[in-house]
Ligand binder design. Structure first.
Ligand SMILES: C[S@@+](CC[C@H](N)C(=O)[O-])C[C@H]1O[C@@H](n2cnc3c(N)ncnc32)[C@H](O)[C@@H]1O
Length: 343
């Protein structure tokens, strides 16, 4: 098994690392967590890094892990690590040092990059190419440690920017940022070749992310104009296979699906179709549970005043995780990840 290091985005303290674990599970691979530092996760896994980087919404890059140590031991650790075995000779290298937040603020990142490069160049004859190197060595400073990796693959963060809600064919305010939507899709362990349901799909923000990883998105919304919005937005992204149903989520009765991720209305910008918010969750949670295949996952958001822990007590659902997320001054929500019991 390979030791992979994920350089995570700092948008949330827990979701990015959980997203990595969930994406590995969704790809049907095992992993063992080796080390977790602020914005850094190192795991042992046989999952394919290129496939993972195409899935992840809250990660910058994935690298081959070489060593984690204090600055004082760094040069020695690089000398004794396998790093040189992974760097084909007579090819170019670049060393970059990246600081997470204010960790190890006494270290001059440029000088450290030079020191690491000198230690490598002392032993082997590489060209240095800072613009377009064959091998990019990254040293990340986090929680008093230096984590050294060779970058294997980068997440196309720009593509998420290009899909942001204001740039869509059909624009609607109550829609999620694409990289959070992608994280929800991953937390729901959405398989690449399976069915995915968003029962409150709006204009399709989450459906698009599920479709782009290769699943078949199924969207449901009570409002016909938003169903049409979803259709336009999915087509605009080149997603050809999808299903859309204009119906109330609590009346849903379709074939069971492999994953569900959804962001129901909060009674603010998004309409609840007249029903009270608590009632909406109470009436739809059993329906969504019933729509899931055995042992599959549901990822659902809820404002903190709606306690899904209680509402799910009598349902065949197990809570896997709950993440708290502040959306803005007057809205903090929980993101729940449930697994349907085996049947
Ligand atoms: C927060 S929005 C979803 C946004 C969507 N996740 C996105 O990123 O584009 C919630 C949606 O739920 C829909 N809705 C409200 N009550 C519903 C119900 N009972 N059944 C189905 N959809 C409903 C609203 O029309 C709204 O589009």
């Amino acid at each position: 098994m390979r030791r992979l290091t994920f350089f995570l985005s700092g948008e949330h303290s827990k979701i990015p690392s959980s997203e990595v674990a969930a994406a590995i599970e969704a790809e049907n691979h095992n992993y063992k967590a080796i080390e977790k530092l602020d914005q850094i996760l190192t795991v042992e896994t046989d999952a394919n890094p290129a496939l993972l980087s195409r899935r992840l919404g809250m990660c910058h890059w994935i690298g081959e892990h070489f060593c984690t140590c204090g600055e004082e031991d760094l040069i020695e650790a690089i000398g004794s690590s396998d790093i040189l075995d992974f760097l084909p000779q007579s090819r170019s290298i670049a060393v970059r040092v990246r600081r997470v937040k204010n960790y190890l603020s006494e270290i001059d990142t440029q000088k450290l990059a030079q020191k690491i490069a000198d230690a490598i160049l002392e032993k082997y004859d590489y060209n240095v190419d800072l613009e377009n190197p064959h091998n990019e060595i990254a040293c990340v400073l986090s929680e008093g440690k230096c984590v050294v990796t060779k970058i294997l693959t980068k997440v196309e963060r720009q593509a998420f920017q290009e899909r942001k809600p204001s740039k869509r064919a059909f624009v609607h305010p109550s829609t999620m940022q694409p990289n959070l939507a992608r994280a929800l899709v991953n937390l729901a362990r959405t398989p690449r070749n399976g069915t995915f349901l968003d029962p409150f799909c709006g204009v399709g923000g989450i459906l698009i992310e599920a479709g782009l990883i290769g699943s078949t998105p199924i969207g449901v919304d009570i409002k016909p104009e938003l169903i049409e919005g979803s259709r336009k937005n999915l087509k605009e992204r080149g997603i050809k296979e999808f299903e859309l149903h204009e119906t109330d989520a609590k009346d849903l009765d379709i074939e069971k699906v492999d994953a569900i991720a959804t962001d129901p209305p909060y009674g603010r910008q998004a309409s609840t179709g007249g029903s009270e918010l608590k009632e909406l969750y109470k009436s739809t949670l059993p329906v969504l549970t019933n729509q899931l295949k055995s042992e599959k996952y549901l990822c659902i958001t809820a404002p903190t005043e709606i306690e899904l822990e209680k509402m799910s007590e009598d349902l065949p659902l197990n809570i896997k995780d709950i993440y708290r997320q502040r959306v803005h001054k007057s809205l903090t929500r929980n993101i729940y990840v449930f697994q349907r019991e085996k049947y």
